[in-house]
Design a protein around this ligand. Structure first.
Ligand code: NAD
Ligand code: GLY
Length: 356
């Protein structure tokens, strides 16, 4: 088992990465404490992993709340339903919430934990690759609003993150690939040599080799932990984690959420950002080709949807949360393995880049 720490003074917490952590009774109990825990999960994950978790806390009479599966349930309506469930069961401030699932369950449960009785402890048990390398770490919690994704939320850190790589064995291949987009993102923002590792380790990672998965997940969590420790609330540095997301969010919104998975849209977004960096002289043609090859290797899209126009991109990107003083702000590579926030990309440049 591997272990690392997110260093946030009195709110620091460990990330455990291993196989069979879902049955690590002693460690889980240590972080949940003595009171009755409440596990939040969804209808897909519950039949797979809920029973083993319930068994661990048997003597504490754990409660569980199962939401339907889908991004649309990361909503104020389901926030309210979970809160009502906690109240109906007289859950107090010492109740520990356990998020068992992907980013949807994690973000929603985390936001309930942040708000219920002004904050109760919570633990993340992420079960998708995306949530294991990204959303379970760093304390961004949120629900969606009809007028925008992740628009209502809080920074609220978990007490611990338990990453059991065995859970990836039941994850659909397309979801695994979507998670790989976020893995590739870390290489592009922080460590060019990690891009080579991902190319070399492709056979092992695709076969879900435990050792390779744990090393790669560790690397991603270590990068994210370092960034979050320096800039918890995204005053600057943390925004780099949004590489590919400005174009990606526009693709997701235009194509309809769920038609393009978040990671697929981010992959295409990173390629567009790489092409833009090439135009600005920051990347060579060989760098761009190297990025394209890794993205394609993991069966991810390397181009924007053919039917999407520059005007549509611009319309969505004008609503991006990173924007300041009406300017769209992009994360762009400055060289392979490094990125920066820029706000001097003209609409004309975007039109030339997208080409329609
Ligand atoms: P998800 O939670 O919807 O999970 C994807 C699908 O996989 C779902 O159908 C789910 O039921 C299923 N699933 C999950 N684990 C499984 C397993 N082990 N076996 C079989 N099926 C499994 O999606 P996601 O990609 O994990 O997360 C996306 C969400 O995360 C979005 O809402 C996004 O906004 C959010 N997000 C948050 C952060 C953050 O920092 N908080 C970062 C990135 C993304
Ligand atoms: N996923 C981006 C962040 O946590 O900041």
């Amino acid at each position: 088992m591997l272990e690392l720490k997110v260093d946030l003074n009195e709110r620091s917490y460990p990330i455990f990465i291993g196989e069979h952590l879902l049955s690590d009774k002693g460690r889980l109990k240590q972080y949940v404490g003595q009171s009755r825990p409440v596990i939040v999960t969804n209808t897909t994950i519950a039949p797979l992993y809920l029973d083993s978790l319930l068994a661990i806390f048997d003597a504490q009479k754990p409660l569980h709340f199962v939401i339907p599966d889908g991004e649309q349930y990361k909503s104020l309506e389901w926030f309210e339903k979970i809160s009502a469930f906690l109240l109906e069961h007289n859950c107090g401030r010492d109740t520990c919430l356990i998020a068992l699932g992907g980013g949807v369950v994690g973000d929603l449960t985390g936001f309930v934990a942040a708000c219920y009785q002004r904050g109760v402890p919570f633990i993340q048990i992420p079960t998708t690759l995306l949530s294991q390398v990204d959303s379970s770490v760093g304390g961004k919690t949120a629900v969606n609003h009809p007028l925008g994704k992740n628009m209502i939320g809080a920074f609220y850190q978990p007490k611990a993150v338990f990453i059991d790589t065995k859970t990836l064995s039941t994850l659909p291949a397309r979801e695994f690939a979507a998670g790989m987009a976020e893995v590739i993102k870390y290489a592009l923002i922080y460590d060019a040599s990690f891009l080579d590792t991902l190319t070399e380790q492709h056979p092992q990672l695709s076969a879900l080799d435990a050792e390779s998965l744990q090393q790669v997940i560790y690397k991603c969590c270590a990068i994210k932990a370092e960034i979050v420790a320096k800039d918890e609330t995204e005053a600057g540095l943390r925004a780099l984690l949004n590489l590919g997301h400005t174009f990606g969010h526009a693709i997701e919104a235009q194509m309809g959420y769920g038609n393009w998975l978040h990671g697929e849209a981010v992959a295409a977004g990173m390629m567009i950002a790489a092409n833009l960096a090439y135009q600005r002289g920051a990347l060579s043609a060989a760098d761009v080709e190297k990025i394209r090859r890794v993205i394609a290797l993991y069966q991810l899209p390397t181009e924007a949807p053919s039917e999407m126009t520059a005007a549509q991109f611009l319309q969505h990107m004008r609503k991006d949360k990173k924007n300041k003083q009406g300017k769209i702000r992009f994360i762009l590579p400055t060289q392979l393995g490094q990125c920066a926030l820029v706000d001097d990309v003209s609409d004309e440049t975007v039109v030339t880049l997208i080409g329609r």
